[in-house]
Design a protein around this ligand. Structure first.
Ligand code: SAH
Length: 226
């Protein structure tokens, strides 16, 4: 195993990041230039506990504490591409976790509003995003299935935890012409859904299969989900 200390020059991580983008993203069909440049730029290793940093560019999810995970790089790229982000977009993210997906969104969109139910994870994400210099991210601890009404409507909404269905408050807080990307299914396996809203019409398309930790709360799963 190659072990990289934090004090070492970041060039090794830069190389691994470039390789991840080529081998895990581009080869598998990610084409959105904005997504590719954001994934080339954001240092994923900074969002991980120190002992897991050597695995930062591995092709899979990793534990971040509190029983939660940072999503696989490909899944982050796939969901972000599915949002069809524009530079002026205001984005709502449910499930901040490590804050890595938040950084990718903040690279591309104008503003990101992110909600996490576990306070310690939100604080860690707030710290790392602050250290990396992001000034267009707004944080909230709470039940994200209720959205974040105060700043609605949002052009795009991304949910990075598994839901039984699209939470109604999120559809209400979406702009006309807006888009939601969310994993829908059971607590152990889901499929990515792309939801669009035009006037009163809400339509849904399906993407790839996935496995996310459950979205907990009203409009999500109960705390003691099975
Ligand atoms: N995008 C994150 C994924 C984190 S895992 C990353 O790549 O790091 C999903 C996160 O959703 C967990 O941190 C979990 O605590 C959070 N979560 C679950 N239910 C939630 C809810 N109702 N509101 C807000 N966050 C929730």
């Amino acid at each position: 195993m190659i072990y990289y200390r934090e004090s070492e020059p970041s060039s090794e991580f830069d190389k691994l990041r470039k390789r991840m983008v080529e081998e895990q993203l581009i080869t598998r069909g990610i084409t959105d230039e904005r997504v590719i440049s954001a994934m080339l730029k954001v240092p994923r290793e900074k969002f991980l506990p120190p002992d897991l940093r050597p695995y930062a560019y591995k092709d899979g999810p990793l534990p971040i504490g509190e029983g939660q995970t940072i999503s696989q790089p490909f899944m982050v790229a796939y969901m972000t591409e599915g949002l069809e982000l524009q530079p002026m977009d205001k984005v709502l993210e449910i499930g901040t976790g490590s804050g890595y997906q938040t950084a990718i969104l903040a690279e591309i969109a104008r503003e990101v509003y992110t909600v996490e139910r576990i306070a310690s994870l939100l604080e860690a994400a707030r710290n790392v995003l602050g250290r990396l210099g992001y000034t267009n991210v707004y944080f909230k601890v709470g039940n994200g299935t209720l959205g974040w009404k105060e700043y609605a409507p949002y052009d795009k909404i991304i949910v990075t935890a598994a839901a039984p269905e699209v939470p109604k408050p999120l559809i209400e807080q979406l702009s006309d012409g807006g888009r939601i990307v969310i994993p829908i299914g059971s607590t152990w396996s889901q499929r990515i859904a792309f939801v669009t809203k035009r006037g009163n019409k809400v339509s849904m398309d399906w993407g790839i299969d996935c496995v996310f930790v459950p979205l907990v709360g009203e409009y999500g799963w109960r705390e003691d989900y099975q």
